[in-house]
Design a protein around this ligand. Structure first.
Ligand code: UDX
Ligand code: UDX
Length: 453
């Protein structure tokens, strides 16, 4: 089968490369000529573990090619996937679908034999209907086609794994011919008994949003519980374990942190809340999740300032910020908590010394020249009055604490991802603040809790 993937970003490039790994002929098309040139030279414009090898192998096998022209790629294609960006413009959650619709029109104009047009991008409920209207309007009369919704559930940093071993494949397809086409495409996965969920287009679109909104809600729930832990002296890690062992709750996505980021949760929760209001069925829980998450990112900066002794004392102090990307395993800075935390610290007169293993270039583009961009974690720690861990990269999990202490003016750590153990940090002479680790981040052994009250 010949597959065209429109949009060679995090979603399109991974999905296209994985389909070519299945043995299909895939052409990834993108408007960004620089990106396509880089890919043709074997350079991968994004950081995603395993992607470079996957792309190289399939390019070498002649199954994976790149282009900037839909007019060249679409004729004769069996399936065309739309995986272009769906940025939320206007800040109120309106998902900007102009790229999706532009792609649909261009595909339509170049259709020849039967082609399945698949929306892979996360698109608001009802978009598939609009795509079908556009294709119907611009396709040659002799062209035969169907529109299908096939949302992605890829986590950045684990995208290839999530594609090759998904919990399920969701397909919104409304003709037997389209369903058969999708079965052929995903046959390698169905041979592994991966559940194939066939439904209609609207339902498939809502499944994607409901999944992301629920995951964002779960994270926000544990983040609020961790705030309560700090007031009650409870330990949120144990709360997460204690509730997560209930099969109905599940242990995943119960890690408290500085708030969720990324190109999906923030955009998708906003877009879902917005479109739900349009339909007259407001999702008040999701609206609360959006508001709580935004506030939490800024509150994290206040924690660092409090740890330094308050606004007055913090002025002129140096803070080493370890981790800038929205999660480890990616170079993606989209909606990262660091984009709120670092500017807020600098606004309070703090000198931010920042380091991230993969995200430095993207961080510079987003945050600008304000911070000192360190060459390593230890470089960032030079003369620092406080160490703030924002993203839980593995290399931050085992810092040499005696070296850290010798570099810092004051052994003070604000650990926003609980990658250290409070008792061990106190024993090593640090003033340690975690998230939800007992009173104000310091876990007081239970036999001393009474004394703290
Ligand atoms: C994005 C959203 O994050 C995701 O939720 C949605 O499902 C798909 O779009 P991602 O791959 O992360 O996924 O976006 P991005 O990395 O911005 O890549 C989008 C690509 O589409 C870019 O390479 C852009 O150049 C390309 N594009 C955009 C086109 O090829 N044509 C266009 O008209 C617009
Ligand atoms: C998410 C969904 O997981 C994926 O299914 C969907 O297709 C795209 O969006 P992604 O955004 O790549 O994937 O990353 P994810 O691992 O889900 O993390 C999202 C954010 O939540 C990150 O900022 C992460 O730090 C945060 N998070 C995640 C937590 O704070 N706590 C958790 O327990 C899990």
């Amino acid at each position: 089968m010949k597959v065209v993937m429109i949009g060679a970003g995090y979603v399109g490039l991974v999905t296209g490369a994985c389909f070519s790994e299945f043995g299909f002929d895939v052409t990834c098309v993108d408007v960004d000529e620089t990106k396509i040139k880089a890919l043709e030279n074997g350079e991968i414009p994004i950081y995603e573990p395993g992607l470079e090898e996957l792309v190289a192998n399939n390019c070498k096998a002649g199954r994976l090619t790149f282009s900037t022209s839909l007019a060249e790629a679409v004729p004769g294609a069996d399936m065309v996937f739309i995986a272009v960006g769906t940025p939320s413009r206007r800040g109120d959650g309106f998902a900007d679908l102009r790229y999706v619709y532009a792609a649909a029109e261009q595909v339509a104009r170049n259709l020849t034999g039967y082609t399945t047009v698949v929306t892979k991008s996360t698109v608001p409920v009802g978009t598939g209907k609009e795509v079908a209207r556009i294709v119907g309007k611009f396709a040659p009369v002799e062209a035969e086609w169907d529109v299908v919704s096939n949302p992605e559930f890829l986590r950045e940093g684990a995208a290839i794994e999530d594609f090759m071993r998904p919990d399920r494949v969701v397909m919104g397809a409304e003709s037997e011919r389209a369903r058969e086409q999708m079965r052929q495409l995903y046959r390698p996965l169905s041979l592994r008994e991966v559940p194939m969920v066939f439904t209609d287009i609207v339902t498939a679109e809502l499944i994607k949003y409901a999944a992301n909104a629920f995951l964002a809600t779960k994270i926000t729930f544990i983040n609020e519980i961790s705030d309560l832990c700090e007031k009650t002296g409870a330990d949120v890690q144990h709360v997460a374990k204690g509730i997560g062992l209930d099969g109905r709750i599940g242990g995943k996505f119960l890690h408290p942190g500085p708030g969720y980021g990324g190109s999906c949760f923030p955009k998708d929760t906003l877009a879902l809340a917005y479109s739900a209001r349009q339909y007259g069925a407001p999702l008040r829980i999701v609206e609360a999740v959006v508001e709580i998450n935004d506030r939490r990112k800024l509150a994290m900066a206040d924690r660092v300032i409090d740890a330094l002794g308050g606004a007055q004392a913090a002025r002129g102090k140096k803070v080493a910020v370890l981790g800038l990307t929205f999660k480890p395993g990616t170079d993606d800075m989209r909606e990262s908590p660091a984009l709120a935390i670092v500017p807020a610290l600098m606004g309070a007169g703090v000198e931010a010394r920042v380091f991230d293993p993969q995200g430095m270039d993207n961080a510079k583009a987003e945050i600008g020249t304000g911070p000192y961009y360190a060459t390593s974690a230890y470089d960032a720690l030079e003369g620092a009055d406080c160490l703030a861990i924002v993203t839980e990269w593995n290399e931050f999990r085992a810092l040499q604490l005696d070296r850290v202490k010798s570099l810092m003016t004051n052994p003070l750590m604000v650990d926003m991802r609980n990658i250290y153990v409070p008792e061990e940090m106190r024993a090593a002479g640090f003033t340690y603040y975690g998230i939800g680790r007992g009173y104000d981040g310091i876990v007081i052994p239970s036999d001393q809790v009474e004394a703290a009250e």
